[in-house]
Design a protein around this ligand. Structure first.
Ligand SMILES: [Zn+2]
Ligand SMILES: [Zn+2]
Length: 252
């Protein structure tokens, strides 16, 4: 998933399997320059890096921001899983230049984008991001452990989401599934809508769907989320899918 502004280098959200497809839209002649905002290093958020064609070319550059790990820096931990025998190429052997930046509770400028990083409750060190760029604001909270009771939102998450134009948020479970997996690091669809309501978000994009849900089940969950959103006063809810593109226009 990526956020782009004409004439500026892209921001990429996490390095999951979708990165391969994104790579086909990026230059592979060594001119690629971009930034990845990684929330945490669970497999589904980092596995795409070796399959990103632009970074296999000399001259390309990728800056990777992500939470500092208990076992060492982000750089060190990437070196422990992107290496033989898990993958034949160690990340240090990539032809492009990959630079790592440890973050947790930081306010950054990346190009013309203002990027706010805050801790997010999940399993292990995890952050979320808020980007204010070219007159629009986007928050990305990919994996979010809801608290027991499902009725409070952490101050850090509220700060990231406060009044954003678009919130991309975890929406993995039904209430029944959450009861079975309440410590698996995720939340219900309705909790995502609650976060949007509490932070006065304008457009909520449901993301990180449960891989066991069918398209029909996702449509039902979306219908339910829209009912909840109407009740809560959240203006718009969408469900993310592969290939979805959103134009986000600055508010007058
Ligand atoms: Zn995770
Ligand atoms: Zn995940």
């Amino acid at each position: 998933m990526s956020l782009t502004v004409d004439g500026e280098d892209p921001l990429i959200f996490d390095l999951g399997t979708g990165l391969r497809q994104l790579g086909f839209e990026m230059p592979t002649d060594g001119s690629f320059c971009g930034t990845a905002l990684v929330t945490h290093i669970h497999w589904d958020h980092v596995q795409g890096l070796p399959f990103f064609p632009p970074i296999h070319v000399p001259g390309a550059r990728l800056d990777i921001y992500g939470p500092k790990q208990e076992g060492g820096s982000l750089h060190d931990v990437f070196g422990e899983f992107m290496c033989p025998p898990y993958f034949p190429v160690h990340f240090s052997e990539l032809q492009g230049d990959v630079q790592f930046h440890d973050v947790m509770d930081d306010d950054l400028s990346i190009g013309n984008a203002k990027v706010k990083v805050r801790p997010v409750p999940h399993c292990g060190p995890t952050v979320g991001y808020r980007i204010d760029w070219d007159g629009v604001s986007v928050a990305y909270i990919s994996d979010h452990q809801a608290p027991a009771g499902l009725n409070t939102v952490s101050d850090h998450v509220l700060e990231l989401c406060d009044g954003v134009d678009v919130l991309i948020h975890d929406a993995q479970y039904t209430p029944a599934e959450y009861q079975q997996k309440s410590d698996w690091g995720h939340c219900t669809v309705d909790y995502a809508v609650l976060v949007a309501k509490e932070a006065a978000v304008k457009r909520l994009v449901l993301f990180h769907h449960d891989p066991g849900h069918s398209d029909d089940e996702l449509d039902e969950l979306l219908d339910g989320a829209r009912c909840t959103a109407t009740y809560f006063g959240v203006p718009e809810v969408l469900a993310a899918y592969e290939g979805l593109t959103l134009d986000i226009l600055p508010h007058p």
